[in-house]
Design a binder for this molecule. Structure first.
Ligand code: 13P
Length: 248
């Protein structure tokens, strides 16, 4: 099933986060079956309250990041088991904002993906090239390199989701053309097939970066696009619901 994931990033206090989650959950509850799985990833401070508000609605909960460690003296970290304990099914790892602003390397992302799966979560591993990398024709090489480096050796492909998010498309209102998305997703699909055999074809490949209700249908129609990871448009219930409907 397709997956539409909303990444709220560092947005939302309790009242507005709860209102947003309830609006999305109500829309989903009103129109089952959707034909697409819908997921929201609020900031860690909202996971407990939002999780309680959406329990049993069909809307899934996920974290935006997790510690590579299982437990212990890691001040400020949130473990994957803590996320699972709050009802999360998914966690995003290796988002470009964490790679860019928090210095996360491929190796660090791989450790987080392993920690996520050890706690029973599905890991959404993010990859994507910068604008300068695309400009010099290196997009595919960069993305496949990140992919290879960001998966632990013992990754379980049945609990893996990959999100292609070109850094230059995030929050910019600019998106790659369908042909450009098809090229990268096709390369990722091929790579996953080589690595995991037939199971690789079942790994969901999400596109992320300036997805809106207006462009969602065209993006979701691109071959090897199995859903999307939505930032800004996931903060407005009607926009996020529009994108979910485009996938259903
Ligand atoms: P935007 O949808 O705001 O471009 O963000 C995409 C993203 O980073 C989702 O993880």
């Amino acid at each position: 099933m397709r997956l539409i994931a909303g990444n709220w990033k560092m947005n939302g206090l309790q009242a507005e986060g709860l209102a947003l989650a309830r609006a999305v959950a109500d829309a989903i509850r009103g129109a089952p079956p959707l034909g697409a799985e819908a997921l929201i990833c609020p900031p860690a401070t909202l996971l407990a309250s939002v999780g309680a508000a959406i329990a049993g609605t069909g809307l899934a909960l996920g974290g935006q990041d997790c510690s590579p460690e299982a437990k212990g003296a890691f001040t400020g970290d949130v473990s994957a088991a803590m996320l699972a304990d709050l009802g999360c099914r998914y966690v995003i790892v290796g988002h470009s904002e964490r790679r860019q602003f928090r210095g996360e390397t491929d190796a660090a992302v791989a450790k987080k993906a392993a920690a996520a799966q050890a706690a029973g979560l599905h890991a959404i591993v993010c990859v994507g090239e910068r604008g300068d990398e695309r400009a010099r024709g290196a997009a595919q090489t960069i993305v496949l390199g990140q992919m290879a480096g960001s998966l632990p050796a013992d990754i379980d492909p049945t609990r893996l989701v990959v999100a292609y998010e070109p850094v230059w498309a995030i929050g910019s209102g600019r998106t790659p053309t369908p042909a450009e998305i098809a090229e990268i997703h096709g390369a990722l699909r091929h790579w996953l097939g080589e690595r995991f055999g037939s199971i690789g074809s079942g790994i969901r490949l999400l596109y992320g970066g300036s997805v809106t209700p207006a462009n969602a249908a065209a993006i979701l129609a691109v071959p090897a696009v199995d859903g999307s990871l939505v930032g800004g448009a996931s903060l407005k219930a009607s926009d996020f619901i529009g994108i979910i409907r485009a996938a259903a």
